[in-house]
Design a protein around this ligand. Structure first.
Ligand code: WT7
Length: 658
């Protein structure tokens, strides 16, 4: 990269503003900064009126008595109201005359000889029927309101059908990312005490089949909680079958009626549990409930992406992440949008696949992650330039801070300078987008998520909760409850209070550091604890460490994040061996496999270093800060005064990098 380039980058970061064009603003839902300010003020000063009005646009079988009941840190939204997410995603849209509109537009990964992929267009009416049949089938298998249903599926329309069917009958789902290993499945099944699991024989990924059913079978050797495994036959390979436990998806829907009375759900009834990594120990089951989450998904999707009736909207996230829940399935569908789903990898058969898709389906709104953008940059703009991307009008980013260079590339090469970029900050816990530009309103700057969404009282504070002056880094908190906020951690109510409501008095602490600039824009500085952000996904260092230590040769392991060109953060592992074991390439391979097997390929360490000892404080705490510095820069210059044994650093420096 030329030095010229870097100079441009920093000057852009400092000075350049990208306001939306007048033409764009004129056609958007929210047209001016003034309108935003006015709505924002109302949402903060009078949340009851603001959110009450939004919720009234959706359908409720019983109206709420009270918009918000707040006894910090416990919020109840739309108290006494009853509704159903699937009804709002399906029935309501059909009633509005959208029955023949495409709800899910899907493309499979494999390309036939003629290079044409399989495409499915499922209208709202068809999705309604598919959901109802499957929901009736689930009921027949014994699934009742409140039962947790585990979903471990590829990116196929049936994954959305499974989620919607669960929502329809009031059975909270727990979706597990299809890239996770069998260990992750059994842990989550056990924590959620789930008795039903929905999977498929396999899914396509980069030209080969990921054997999902096989992973499920392996996971279920560790627990006998699961009574029924429903299997969608998708990839078609031979799979083992356990009579009495395994049920073919076809048989579940066979003969089932396409009408299904929806369970009236209390606004605060559980909609789903979704597991995410924390800094200590096992993943947390984040709880989201029905009414507030629905209202949040509805409004954020509409305004953040300036969604209109004729948009073809594509969020590239997998349904296994919260982004897939809120912005592939629930947000777009409860707005009556056409949501596009792609089954496979961005680089199959090469890195032009996404641009192919955008051209083929005339995608208008495209929402992806910085890690993907960096991969596309690396693959080269030639692959992009061969395609007609003129249908695009809004571009989104989520998952980690987007570096200004990637932002500019996204803006120029993908958006041809005409698409507003919405860099959206939020979390599994927040349920919905929290800090984001609005495409018709906000003058963006590369690298900042800009301003809070309606109802979000975000601030940068110190440990006492005092707001910090512009450009001073501090803790990113929310000072008021919002409709889609998590309601707790499954099975661990104390951890909810400890983790989110104890660091800063009276505030929700996000775990992120941030600063606000003199325009009030939020610049996210990353997580302040030991959680890594690899390719936009949170991974707990503790989980990776415990996977490493499960190998017989390993005495102790410490995992830290290192800057990584593509992934944002990479994983560096420092490992000490038990007596009698010796460092070798073969052992390194075994350790990599151990991590992949325990967690999944996403956690595979980029570096493994064997070392005789780890740097510790006198109280025995591993000094990750030093390891981080060493892994990232090859040297340790920081403060080492609390180090117990100084020679450790010298010995670590000699350890080889892998
Ligand atoms: C963490 C949440 C939100 C769905 C995807 C990840 C980081 C997310 C941004 C952004 C800077 C971001 C934060 C956050 N993050 N979006 N636009 N700019 N950082 O969900 O796994 O719950 O991770 O991702 O560190 O706390 P998640």
């Amino acid at each position: 990269m030329s030095s010229d380039h870097v100079a441009i980058e920093s000057s852009l970061q400092e000075n350049r503003l990208f306001p939306p064009s007048a033409q764009f603003s004129a056609q958007s839902h929210i047209k001016s900064r003034q309108q935003y300010e006015q709505m924002y003020r109302q949402s903060i000063d009078d949340p009851d009126t603001f959110w009450g009005n939004v919720a009234k646009e959706l359908s409720w079988s019983r109206p709420w008595d009270k918009v918000l009941d707040w006894k910090s840190p416990y919020a109840k939204w739309f108290v006494g109201g009853q509704t159903n997410m699937a009804v709002n995603c399906l029935d309501r849209n059909i009633e509005r005359g959208l029955g023949d509109k495409v709800a899910i537009l899907w493309e499979g990964e494999p390309l036939a000889q003629g290079k044409s992929p399989e495409i499915r267009r499922i209208t709202y009416r068809q999705l309604h029927q598919m959901t109802n049949r499957f929901a009736n089938g689930l009921r027949k298998l014994g699934v009742k309101k409140g039962d947790r249903v585990t979903i471990y599926m590829p990116m196929v329309p049936e994954a959305a059908v499974a989620m919607l069917a669960c929502a329809r009958i009031g059975a909270p789902h727990s979706v597990i990312f299809g890239g996770f290993s069998s260990q992750a499945i059994s842990d989550r099944v056990i924590d959620a005490q789930s008795q039903y699991l929905i999977t498929s024989d396999g899914g396509w990924r980069r030209g080969s089949v990921v054997e999902l059913k096989k992973n499920v079978d392996e996971a279920l050797t560790k627990t006998d909680l699961i009574k029924k495994v429903i299997v969608l036959k998708h990839t078609g390979q031979q799979i083992p079958w356990i009579e009495g436990r395994d049920v073919d998806w076809k048989d579940v829907i066979d003969g089932a009626s396409d009408q299904c009375a929806a369970e009236p759900m209390d606004s605060e009834d559980l909609l789903y549990v979704l597991y995410t990594s924390g800094s200590t120990g096992k993943p947390k089951g984040i709880i989201h409930t029905t009414g507030g989450y629905m209202v949040g998904c509805y409004l954020t999707t509409k305004y953040t992406f300036d969604l209109h009736d004729n948009d073809v909207y594509w969020c590239t996230a997998d349904i296994g992440w919260v982004t897939g829940h809120s912005y592939v399935v629930y947000g777009p569908l409860c707005n009556g949008a056409t949501t596009f789903m792609y089954e496979g990898a961005p680089n199959f058969p090469d890195f032009s696949r996404f641009w192919d898709i955008i051209e083929r389906h005339k995608i208008t709104i495209f929402y992806t992650a910085p890690t993907a953008i960096r991969a596309f940059m690396k693959a080269g703009r030639e692959l992009v330039d061969k395609h007609d991307l003129s249908s695009l009008r809004v571009l989104g980013s989520v998952g980690e801070p987007i570096n200004p260079e990637a932002w500019i590339w996204y803006q120029q090469v993908i958006g041809h300078g005409k698409c507003p970029i919405v860099d959206t900050w939020w979390q599994t816990e927040t349920g919905c987008i929290m800090i984001t530009p609005l495409p018709g309103v906000t003058a963006t700057k590369p690298g900042t998520a800009t301003l809070p969404f309606f109802g979000i009282d975000a601030a940068v504070v110190d440990r006492t909760g005092k707001e910090l002056p512009p450009n001073q880094g501090g803790l990113l908190v929310m000072r008021k409850p919002w409709p889609s906020m998590l309601r707790g951690i499954f099975n661990d109510p104390d951890r909810y209070v400890r983790q989110y409501w104890s660091d800063v008095p009276g505030c929700y602490f996000s775990g992120d550091g941030a600063r606000r600039d003199s325009d009030g824009y939020f610049w996210i500085m990353g997580r302040v604890d030991d959680v890594l952000n690899v390719s936009g996904h949170r991974l707990g260092t503790a989980e990776i460490e415990s996977a490493l230590v499960s190998h017989e040769a390993v005495a102790e392991a410490a995992v830290v994040g290192v800057p990584h060109e593509m992934k944002g953060q990479g994983v560096a592992a420092f490992v000490t061996l038990k007596a009698g074991y010796h460092a070798s390439d073969d052992l390194k391979k075994q350790l990599l496999n151990t991590v992949v097997k325990a967690i999944g390929a996403i956690a595979r360490p980029d570096q493994i270093r064997f070392s005789e000892a780890l740097p510790k404080t006198r109280s025995g705490k591993i000094m990750r800060r030093l390891l981080k510095e060493l892994a990232g820069t090859g040297d340790v210059k920081g403060d080492v005064t609390t180090l117990e044994d100084f020679s450790v650093i010298a010995r670590l420096k000699e350890s080889d990098e892998g």
